[in-house]
Design a protein. Sequence first.
Length: 489
Amino acid sequence: MTILAFDLGASSGRALLGRLQDGKIEVSELHRFSNDPVQVGDRLQWDILRLLHELKQSLLLVKHRGIKLDSIAIDSWAVDFGLIGENGELLGNPYHYRDSHTNGVMEKLREELSDSVIFGRTGIQFLPFNTIYQLAALKQAHSPLLREAKHFLMIPDLLRYFLTGEMYNEFSNATTTQLFNPLTGSWDETLIRAIGLSPDLFGEVVQPGTGVGMLRPSLCEELGIEPVPVIAVAEHDTGSAVAAVPALDRSFAYLSCGTWSLMGTEVGEPVINELSEQLNFTNEGGAYGTYRLLKNIMGLWILQECRRAWERAGKSFSFPELVKLAGEAEPFAAFVDPDDPVFMPPGDMPARVVEYCKRTGQQAPESVGAITRCVLESLALKYRFVLELTEKLSGNRFGGLHMVGGGIQNQLLCQWTANAIGKPVWAGPVEGSAIGNMIVQWIAGGKLTDIWEARKAIRDSFPVDEYEPEQAEAWEQAYEAFVVKTGVA
């Protein structure tokens, strides 16, 4: 059974072929492409039609290689969306979650509705770019898009619609909007009406593993291909990444590491109580009746933006070069809180790291290696902070941490994470989101029985690197300094 997984991240996309034979999974990259947001005037938008073009190019590559596909699925980042008009056409390019039009909207809505009402009805972490605040911003700006909109589709929903002509909202991504009520299992009409919208805008929510149509005839004619079934998987890429965690125990902690870092544990029911609200954790939907009790951490975005800033200044570094420079820099010289709002928008990130350190009374890093080391050490230490909160909230003590995603290629970060948490780190697989996408397709096709058989197949098919903690005393002292300097506690 050969399947195609489209895995779309906030900076690049991939089309990967998956084959399952005798309980072993083989993954090969078919096509990789950039996903660059476009600044148009004051707005930062996604080039959604370029992404559709790249999906089509991938299907052509499948055709040219003579491959017969059994199914196709898409996963992507969360919270962003497109609006469809009465004639079935897309109304404008989707806004990027880092666009400034949501500035101040979350704070205003929290005052109007109260945290307890919003969190109690959704169980979702308060983040300024959540879909609820994006839609509220459009409403407050009297956007003509909302006046004409008939259907709300998140990014994978939208691309699926382009491919199939069918409109569905997928569960794992719907939960990230902060407009879905996990207690009722449906869109929350109270919150939708509170931001001035009609519940009719939001469509049927389907679970991961649901068949959601075939490639539409006009697309098949355009590309000269046969119709292929399209499956809704856990379409939030973190939901797919967690599905691919090769855990041995039913209770485990994970870190999906990339542009964003998402740390938490898998639970059977959402944890919506006073403590989870106070700690600002989130309950996002997962595959097969699970929820992801987790916290968003800014992740490698800070280092990615630093690299872009250095490139603009004429200094080009590969990520391995940056890691090497970080390893040579002085340890524990300065710390940042990766989740400080100053690091959210694009821009001159090295200057912001320096500014943060000066603002918090620290000696600011000056060299490329020192800034990189500051960012990576701070991430590792923030992971410890959030892991301890996860244990407190879930009532579980975890024997180690599963790390998945592209960020695990940074071996220094994996080792420093093990050092910081004082527990083993099990790193792998790298293509976690794409593999999680695939296993749901195979379960839907009857080739795997359930997620635990799938996780066993992942363990048997991909290497997992183990990192044992080192330098315990030095990292303990560093953690104490990190907490004091950043004020995270």
